[in-house]
Write a new protein. Structure first.
Lengths: 380, 139
């Protein structure tokens, strides 16, 4: 805690606010605290909020103009959230994860405008358009096809690999192998994405226990957290670029954190909300050059155990499980299984030492968070 | 007062006028509108009516919609790069949605619901221009 200090503070002067929205008030106090500290928006690399409008604090970061953040914290502890955030911010600063942490909160209970819910500030403008989640990912897919010549058949390769793995998972929702032809012949949901380019929707959940090194010493089957990186990507005030995802920011941070490179990775769990999510993540993480994702996944690259880069051996979100429409937990669990040698026999990678987990939250077609983990086996 | 900003935005779009604030601090358009510029944090802004001319950056045809949009498919949504620079998400109208493509030219068109809606430029009746187009060139 002694390694961090509070440099700025600001309390909104009003006690009843009738002419501003929650995002506006939150922006006012955020700028107020930065002014007080003598710092600018461009100095901020860590953003801490409790529940605010938009997914986590992604929508508010976009609204404020916070761009390449390296630490996002939306710990919800009710009224205790903010001292918690200060503690978390101090820990993040001490760990070198961020240098200037902005902790902000706002609410308008007297006017009945709560802070809860996922509506981002931009939803005032975009909500009425009727863009679905598959549709927003389809925007990224269309642009990728336009810029790099990626084909529907190449996207389908991702689903084919996942389905091949899912047949060995007795708990998977979809266990039937599929072909490239099956995928491209399935109905279009949002051009150019077909039904079989989309993940499943499931109930359920998952959990992980993270322990200190000394606790781990007494436990039999632990997996090392070797590196972490996170960030976000949004519409940047109209400077939209759909050719990359937030993995291009979170991935290099995680590799640097772990002192590893893509060539060191034996297994990947990649967020597969849609096939395009996987293809672009692989490029952004450096497993192939930008634009080459389509070619990279051809010919069974992602299939375990013989492909060059086995992925999502449980069947992933495309076939196994995507509970609450949030796949990051289950992707992480399968990486742990692989490193423990506990994946399904036919898809267990031989003696994997390093696994990568890539998560995305929101939509890569509009605004999304991104997090990368590098995990190591006992001997890594 | 984002309510009034939003109301002005919607009222403009209902008659085919696309407005964005221009920042008095750095001169950039603020897209979408918000009280402070996300680039320089200046609160000084003036509303500007834009040309309504743009090109399609990417688009999708929604064939399975949810909630209030269920049953209204198919319809197209995409990013339009405005001739003034920023890119905005919008509805895309065309007599035949199969005519939509990346890079095609589009014009803002009135939307009774106040949604940002562009339609495909019709080369036979839309005269290429850099000034704001006539509101309804066909009438």
């Amino acid at each position: 805690m002694v390694s961090a200090r509070i440099a700025g503070a600001y309390e909104h002067p009003l006690r009843r606010i009738t002419d501003a929205t929650v995002p506006e008030v939150l922006a006012q106090v955020a700028y107020g605290a930065l002014d007080d500290a003598g710092l600018g928006l461009e100095d901020v690399d860590g953003f801490f909020t409790s529940e605010v409008p938009g997914l986590g604090n992604l929508g508010m970061a976009e609204y404020l103009g916070l761009d390449d953040l390296s630490w996002l914290d939306t710990t919800e502890g009710g009224g205790a959230s903010y001292p918690m955030h200060v503690g978390h911010a101090a820990a993040a600063v001490a760990a070198g994860k961020c240098r200037v942490a902005l902790v902000a909160m706002a609410g308008l209970p007297l006017s009945g405008a709560g802070t809860r819910g996922r509506r981002a500030p931009a939803d005032d403008y975009e909500g009425p358009l009727g863009l679905t989640i598959p549709g927003s990912y389809a925007l990224a897919a269309r642009r990728h096809m336009h810029e790099f010549g990626t084909t529907a058949e190449q996207l389908a390769e991702v689903k084919v690999a996942a389905a091949g793995h899912a047949q060995h998972n007795p708990h998977a929702l979809l266990r039937t192998p599929v072909t490239v032809e099956d995928v491209v012949a399935s109905p279009l949901v949002a051009d150019p994405l077909h039904r079989l380019d989309c993940c499943v929707t499931t109930d359920g959940g998952g959990a992980l226990v993270v322990v200190a090194e000394d606790v781990a010493r007494a436990l039999p089957r632990t997996v090392k957290v070797l590196g972490h990186g996170e960030s976000l990507k949004h519409e940047r005030g109209g400077e939209v670029d759909l050719t990359w995802t937030g993995a291009a920011r979170s991935g290099p941070r995680a590799f640097a954190d772990a002192g590893l490179a893509p060539a060191d990775v034996d297994y990947v769990s990649i967020y597969d909300s849609f096939t395009i999510t996987v293809l672009m993540s692989l490029e952004d993480l450096g497993f192939c050059a930008k634009g080459q994702g389509g070619r990279f996944v051809e010919g069974g690259t992602l299939s375990s155990p013989h492909g060059a880069l086995p992925f999502n051996t449980d069947g992933g979100g495309l076939c196994n499980n995507h509970p609450d429409m949030r796949g990051g937990m289950i992707r992480t669990i399968e990486a742990v299984r692989q490193l423990r040698g506990e994946a399904a026999g036919p898809v267990q990678v031989r003696d994997p030492r390093i696994a990568l987990v890539q998560g995305h939250g929101g939509s890569i077609g509009t605004r999304a968070t991104a997090a990368t983990l590098l995990l190591g086996a006992e001997d890594a | 007062m984002s309510g009034s900003v939003l109301e002005r935005w919607r009222a403009g779009l209902a008659v085919g006028e696309l407005r964005l604030p221009r920042c008095g601090g750095c001169g950039r358009l603020v897209a979408h509108p918000r009280p402070r510029c996300p680039w320089c944090t200046s609160a000084e802004q003036t509303d500007e009516i834009l040309s309504g001319i743009g090109t399609v950056y990417s688009f999708t045809v929604i064939r399975r919609a949810q909630g209030a949009f269920a049953g209204t498919e198919p319809y197209a949504v995409g990013y339009v790069r405005l001739s003034e620079g920023p890119m905005l998400l919008a509805r895309l109208d065309a007599l035949d949605l199969a005519d939509l493509a990346v890079d095609v030219s589009v014009l803002v068109t009135p939307d009774p619901e106040g949604r940002l809606t562009f339609r495909l430029v019709d080369p036979s009746s839309d005269v290429p221009t850099s000034s704001p187009p006539a509101r309804n060139p066909r009438s």
